[in-house]
Design a protein around this ligand. Structure first.
Ligand code: HEC
Ligand code: HEC
Ligand code: HEC
Length: 230
């Protein structure tokens, strides 16, 4: 993303820290402490669904399509004073790691599976993410797979941890939201002949997955072979 998307203020450059004389000599600066707060992120990471009336310019409804800032306000991170910039820029600077940083996502999710009678019970939760996981785009989701082979090449069952959307007369609404927070989510699936499991993060609309390179489809967050419960 270009610098001006966040730093331009009508030709002047917004800075989080007090401008220095050396900086002012290069370009006009405007001191904006709120740059380093969620107020900046909210401009692009919290917005409502468009309405599908044919009018132009198009409008927005009331239901949030991306609600990362609201999710953060309700999170333990917010309660302990940790903000967007603290987690996403603190040690990373302007790299803004997110769901394309496999280690970050793996570090934020705990997942396990155990055999319980004829079923497999998955226990999955998110930690150290200041919002729901996955956050952001509604297509982002986690796929719980149960597999007949150890390599999980062809899962026998899949269940999703995601939001589901419903069309309304004029826009969209979130019909269900099963995304992860700190409390464990239990997913129970009949075992059948399964021997292994996988939790996969997927980025986009499933209709386009067959034509995308693997790295744009998603990645394996966790997995293993099924152990008989003792
Ligand atoms: C997605 C928004 C975003 C984009 C894009 C962005 N920045 Fe920043 N930048 C920030 C935020 C937020 C801070 C404050 C970080 C802090 O206080 O730790 C910052 C801080 C800075 C600072 C330190 C000065 C200050 O504000 O205290 C410089 C210099 C800077 N950015 C340069 C750039 C340059 C050059 C680019 C383009 C290559 C760029 N930024 C793109 C959000 C952005
Ligand atoms: C001008 C609009 C804009 C602003 C302001 C902005 N972002 Fe973003 N950001 C985007 C877009 C567009 C993407 C790419 C969308 C996607 O991948 O879901 C993105 C992606 C990200 C990602 C994921 C990177 C990845 O792996 O794809 C993170 C993390 C992120 N932004 C954090 C922040 C934080 C924290 C702030 C506030 C300091 C911020 N952004 C401000 C537009 C913005
Ligand atoms: C306690 C640390 C923490 C805080 C606070 C935090 N995040 Fe994140 N964020 C994460 C982790 C970990 C991930 C990776 C897991 C995921 O994708 O949900 C992530 C992922 C993201 C993504 C990527 C989702 C995608 O679709 O690629 C965006 C965008 C994002 N955060 C924006 C924000 C914004 C905006 C705020 C503040 C309102 C914020 N984050 C606060 C830790 C944090």
């Amino acid at each position: 993303m270009d610098c001006v998307a966040c730093h331009d203020r009508e030709g002047r450059i917004a800075t989080a820290r007090a401008p220095t004389a050396a900086g002012e000599a290069m370009h006009a600066l405007v001191h904006e402490p709120s740059l380093a707060t969620e107020a900046l992120c909210a401009r692009c990471h919290e917005f409502a669904f468009q309405t599908h009336t044919p009018r132009f310019p198009f409008g927005y409804g009331d239901e949030l399509a991306q609600a990362t800032v609201s999710e953060w306000r309700a999170s333990p991170a917010h309660a302990s004073g940790v903000g967007c910039v603290g987690c996403h820029m603190g040690v990373y600077g302007h790299r803004f790691p997110g769901a394309h940083d496999v280690d970050l996502v793996r570090g934020a999710i705990r997942a396990g599976a155990r055999v319980d009678g004829a079923d497999v019970v998955f226990e999955i939760s998110a930690h150290d993410a200041g919002h729901a996981v996955p956050t952001g785009d509604p297509f982002r989701r986690l796929e719980v797979q149960l597999c007949d082979t150890a390599d999980c090449r062809a899962p026998r069952t899949v269940s999703w941890i995601q939001r589901t959307l419903e069309r309304t007369e004029t826009s969209w609404r979130v019909a269900s939201d099963a995304r992860l927070g700190e409390s464990a989510r239990l997913v129970r699936v009949p075992r059948g002949t399964a021997v292994a499991w996988q939790l996969v993060y997927r980025y986009g609309d499933r209709r386009f997955e067959p034509v995308l390179p693997a790295s744009s489809v998603g990645f394996v967050v966790a997995g293993g072979t099924l152990q008989e419960s003792r």
